[in-house]
Write a protein that binds this ligand. Structure first.
Ligand SMILES: Nc1ncnc2c1ncn2[C@@H]1O[C@H](COP(=O)(O)OP(=O)(O)OP(=O)(O)O)[C@@H](O)[C@H]1O
Ligand SMILES: [Mg+2]
Length: 215
């Protein structure tokens, strides 16, 4: 999936979060975005998914200009084409692990238990499908979030600090699962991270500042 952002700018009142952000992610490419806390990385990622709004510029996903779509159209495009790994997991506490992972498929009305099992195995959670989230460790929960983001084979995976709260060994395992699954599906990925080790795995690293984004 191709993601093309041109001259994107966002502000709250008089305060600019970022401006002049242009970037192109090719199909299958893995781009890492780094930058100081508060510079707007999460905001930018949310704009890429059409979950937040911007004030200047365009976000185009596979030829679809998100700025021209209404909320329903954006939601449909996201449901089919985008996987999102949130920093805070956002795993639903009352659903078991397998049900959490199956959620994107249910929203598409395409349930597929075998696919859910395969994803759980791929991220190292085989046999844990019937556990509730509260019965998992932080690293395991993050892998549930990764499995859920990839289960419907999105063309674009957006991941916000997926290893932020993990010890280095667990972080490496989570990154292994994330990169392997994304590559296997040929999906594009944008990863926001403070981790040098995680960014080093990307095809390209971009630095976000208040002035724009650059290598
Ligand atoms: N509703 C709001 N009103 C005003 N400013 C806001 C609002 N929401 C976010 N901001 C500001 O926007 C900026 C960007 O926030 P964002 O969460 O995108 O940063 P970040 O780069 O992801 O930081 P971190 O690395 O700490 O996660 C911050 O300076 C924040 O204070
Ligand atoms: Mg952030």
């Amino acid at each position: 999936m191709r993601l093309k952002i041109s001259q994107l700018g966002k502000h709250y009142g008089d305060a600019a979060v970022f401006s002049n952000v242009s970037l192109d992610v090719a199909p299958g490419e893995f781009v890492a975005i780094v930058g100081e806390s508060g510079v707007g990385k999460s905001t930018l990622l949310n704009c890429m998914a059409g979950l937040d709004s911007w004030d200047e510029g365009t976000v185009v996903l596979n030829g679809a200009d998100l700025g021209t779509l209404n909320d329903d159209q954006r939601a449909l495009l996201r449901r089919r084409q985008v996987g999102f790994v949130f920093q805070a997991f956002h795993v639903l506490p009352h659903l078991d692990v397998a049900q959490n992972v199956a959620l994107p498929l249910l929203l598409l009305d395409e349930p597929d238990d075998a696919r859910v099992e395969a994803l759980l195995e791929a991220v190292g959670l085989k046999g844990l499908g019937h556990r509730l989230p509260q019965q998992l460790s932080g690293g395991q929960l993050q892998r549930v979030a990764i499995a859920r983001a990839l289960v419907h084979r999105p063309g674009l995976l957006l991941a916000d600090e997926p290893t932020g709260n993990l010890d280095p060994t667990t972080a490496a395992k989570v990154m292994d699962a994330l990169v392997a699954q994304t590559r296997e599906q040929g999906a594009s990925m944008v990863l926001v991270t403070h981790s040098v080790a995680a960014a080093a795995r990307a095809d390209r690293v971009l630095h976000l500042t208040a002035q724009g984004i650059c290598p």
